[in-house]
Design a protein around this ligand. Sequence first.
Ligand code: FES
Ligand SMILES: [Zn+2]
Length: 119
Amino acid sequence: MGKFERHIFICGNQRQLDNPRGSCDPSGNGELYKAFKQKLTERQIPGTRVRANKSGCLEQCEHGPTVVVYPDAVWYGRVTLADVDKIIDSHMVGGTPVAELVLPDACINTPSCEHKRRK
Ligand code: FES
Ligand SMILES: [Zn+2]
């Protein structure tokens, strides 16, 4: 069996609603993760090729719900259920990331990101 081509890590972290950092899955239902799994199955993309993984906090909470695709290192922010089709079809099938959902490099791990919540 060959290696995985891609992993999709979907943040499923749940924090209390009053937590100032927010979280990517406040309901804790894992709906986004389930939608990715379902869509991969529908598209008949084998789990040995592309794997969707529910992850803990990816430390980009201010851009959440956050999804990252490796080995591409493409970060998606504010991903909704309505975006799953696009990400699977364009990126996983076609190899082209969905530009309008990609987080700019300036947003990743930078203290100066304009989206950081003010203290
Ligand atoms: S809670 Fe999802 S990135 Fe932190
Ligand atoms: Zn940002």
